[in-house]
Design a protein around this ligand. Structure first.
Ligand code: GDP
Ligand code: MG
Length: 198
């Protein structure tokens, strides 16, 4: 898809604040610091649109971005932020879980894992939650620029195995620095939305 316009819409703390126009949503999930906001900005070619800070206050909210007046990109709160009180963690876990399980316009979830790291228990829980809700998941191994070219295939195969992905599941290595994987990622998003090119 060609990005014609992209703008911030709302930071939602509660489901009643989510947009009500029913446009298809593509959500970005993953642990804190996996690179969600950076990837979203890179795909939309708008540095700074989604805040890339790690401030817990920001990450408790679900941020909606309007894309071409037709879709929403949704930046989900990162899980696994170590320095946050348990009650707050639980609150945002509930918000993410409810969003994924109940959100009617959710078409696709892009699940980000750092290409260098072993997926966490929460990554597994997210995969299970998506499977239960029958939401397609696209796995993105981020910061692939940090992995030597000769070891990238191996890193992707390892994550595929660790996450116990189906054989036909898509996993893309991406980098917001080298721009690796972005074209492939857009193609997968377009396919999921039933778009060809344009
Ligand atoms: N080397 C490298 N660093 C990245 C990449 N994407 C994000 N980062 C860095 O990782 C950190 C966390 O990124 P952010 O997008 O805020 O993660 P979020 O918490 O998942 O939204 C920031 O310091 C980014 O600059 C990437 O593709 N390559
Ligand atoms: Mg973020």
């Amino acid at each position: 898809m060609r990005v014609q316009s992209a703008r911030f819409v709302i930071s939602a703390a509660q489901p009643h604040q989510f947009p009500k126009d029913g446009r298809p949503e593509i959500a970005f999930a993953g642990r804190s610091n996996a690179g969600k906001s950076t990837l979203l900005n890179t795909l939309l070619k708008k540095p700074g649109l989604a805040k890339t800070s790690k401030t817990p206050g920001k990450t408790q909210l679900i941020n909606f971005f309007d894309l071409n007046g037709k879709f929403y990109f949704v930046d989900l709160p990162g899980y696994g932020y170590a320095k946050v009180a348990k009650t707050i963690k639980r609150r945002w876990q509930t918000l993410i879980t409810r969003y994924v399980a109940e959100r009617e316009p959710l078409f696709l979830t892009v699940l980000l894992v750092d290409a260098r790291h072993t997926p966490t228990k929460q990554d597994h829980e997210m995969i299970d939650l998506l499977a239960e809700a029958e939401i397609p998941a696209l796995i993105v191994a981020t910061k692939i620029d940090k992995v030597k070219s000769s070891q990238r295939q191996q890193a992707l195969a390892r994550i595929r195995k660790e996450l116990e992905l189906d054989e036909d599941a898509i996993i893309v290595g991406s980098s917001s620095i080298s721009k690796d994987g972005l074209r492939e990622l857009w193609a997968a998003i377009d396919e999921c939305l039933g778009l060809r090119n344009g």
